[in-house]
Design a protein around this ligand. Structure first.
Ligand SMILES: [Zn+2]
Length: 125
């Protein structure tokens, strides 16, 4: 695997915890496939609570890549959805010589469904 995108300076990500980003959610998961061609896709189930908002790109030539599923999850949350079909393109580049040249956009994508799992409502006493 190449080096994933550095998001430490991203204003959205700034070391927010899961509970800060999704205060009403028990978990947020992405279920789908990752790949470039239809014959080269593998299934993935990914918990943002457990693993953070970035799925790493499986292409070893990809640099600065990854699938920012937390953005997609935030869109779904703003829209009031509990499930949203998404296609997230890898933000990395291939043939960039470790990020020193522009290279070509990575062709990998993550396609599937973002599932927001709200916390159970507090029981009425
Ligand atoms: Zn990639």
């Amino acid at each position: 695997m190449g080096e994933p995108i550095d998001r430490s300076q991203s204003p959205f990500v700034i070391q927010s915890t899961f509970g800060q980003l999704y205060p009403d959610m028990d978990d947020v998961v992405f279920e789908g496939t990752i790949g470039d061609m239809p014959h080269n896709r593998r299934p993935i189930g990914f918990s943002i609570r457990e693993r953070g908002g970035l799925i790493r790109c499986p292409d070893p030539k990809c640099w600065g890549g990854g699938f920012e599923v937390d953005y997609a999850a935030s869109d779904a949350m703003r829209e009031g959805l509990t499930e949203k079909a998404v296609q997230v393109q890898c933000v990395g580049h291939v043939n960039s010589y470790k990020g020193r040249r522009a290279g070509q956009p990575c062709s990998y994508s993550a396609e599937g469904v973002i599932k927001l799992k709200p916390k159970a409502a507090a029981p009425v006493v």
